[in-house]
Write a protein that binds this ligand. Structure first.
Ligand SMILES: NC(=O)c1ccc[n+]([C@@H]2O[C@H](COP(=O)([O-])OP(=O)(O)OC[C@H]3O[C@@H](n4cnc5c(N)ncnc54)[C@H](OP(=O)(O)O)[C@@H]3O)[C@@H](O)[C@H]2O)c1
Length: 267
């Protein structure tokens, strides 16, 4: 199996790293194609990936093609690669908002999988949702799932609507967590902690809470009740959040991302 990653930017390289260090794939079977001369030069100097600057030298050899360019580059890319495609190739797109149907029609291919990863994929802790065109076989889907899993975990969803919905939860979600972290950092600094101590207090609190959650069957609500005793400090903080409707505002934010993902798909 030979894999081509088109677009060697943040996400393309994350997948390339994940796949090539996973033992699923021999590194020399992985190819990266990019348009940026600067990036190609840097990859050739600092990595041992097979980097291509001519699509005709790599695309025809690939069994699976990962498309990891920005959505606004998709049309130009489609025109460029269409003449070189063979219909047995499997296309995996991580482009936000670009539908399976658009890819099928633009490239005149059938076997398309659409996936939505997130940023923690860069440290092997990503979560990717994916769904497939009906022409993709179970074996092909399993193979691609194994590749996606090299950057963390993946979940198969039943329709593209859930790809847009997962953009609102896991795709954009790391930014919501950073927002919460930033707020706590600012509070810690205001209370007089040093930058370094604030960072430790906040990051370890997140890490520890997530670990507790992962290692039990308890819901976040139950954990909150366990931490917050009546008349205590945590109760005071949670009451303040409830009074300010923070939970509803976070839900609204997730829906705003979901709606925007749908909107981008229609543009
Ligand atoms: N970053 C995330 O957290 C995240 C999460 C979910 C989904 N995604 C999706 O992942 C995709 C890639 O995002 P990214 O952040 O990795 O982008 P990026 O860092 O900008 O990387 C894209 C690379 O593709 C190159 N490129 C553009 N047109 C090309 C073409 N026709 N042929 C070959 N290479 C081409 C770009 O070169 P130039 O710089 O010269 O244009 C750039 O090096 C996007 O579609 C995004 O929606 C990203």
């Amino acid at each position: 199996m030979r894999i081509l990653v088109i677009g060697g930017g943040n996400m393309g390289l994350t997948y390339a790293e994940g796949m090539s260090t996973s033992f699923l794939l021999n590194r020399h079977k992985l190819m990266i194609y990019d348009k940026s001369e600067e990036l190609i030069a840097s990859l050739r100097e600092h990595s041992n990936f097979n980097v291509y600057d001519k699509i005709e030298d790599c695309l025809p050899q690939a069994d699976v093609v990962f498309i990891a360019v920005k959505p606004f580059h998709s049309e130009a890319l489609f025109s460029e690669i269409k003449p070189l495609i063979n219909k047995e190739q499997i296309f995996v797109s991580i482009m936000a908002g670009v539908t399976i149907e658009t890819i099928q029609n633009s490239l005149d291919v059938k076997k398309v999988i659409r996936a939505m990863p997130n940023l923690p994929a860069q440290v092997g802790k990503g979560v990717t949702s994916y769904t497939e065109a009906k022409e993709v076989s179970r074996i092909e889907l399993l193979m691609v799932r194994n590749l996606l899993d090299t950057t963390g975990e993946s979940i198969r969803v039943s329709s593209e609507n859930f790809i847009d919905a997962s953009t609102g939860i896991s795709g954009s979600g790391p930014a919501y967590v950073f927002y919460f972290m930033q707020s706590m950092l600012e509070a810690a600094l205001k209370m007089g902690f040093s930058t370094n101590d604030s960072k430790i207090l906040v990051s370890k609190t997140f890490e520890g809470a997530v670990e507790l959650f992962n290692q039990s069957d308890l819901s976040p609500n139950t954990w909150m009740e366990r931490v917050a005793s009546k008349g205590g400090t945590t109760r005071a903080a949670l009451d303040s959040m409830e009074d300010n409707n923070v939970k509803e505002l976070i839900k609204d934010a997730a829906y705003a991302a979901f709606d925007r993902a749908v909107e981008l798909g229609n543009e």
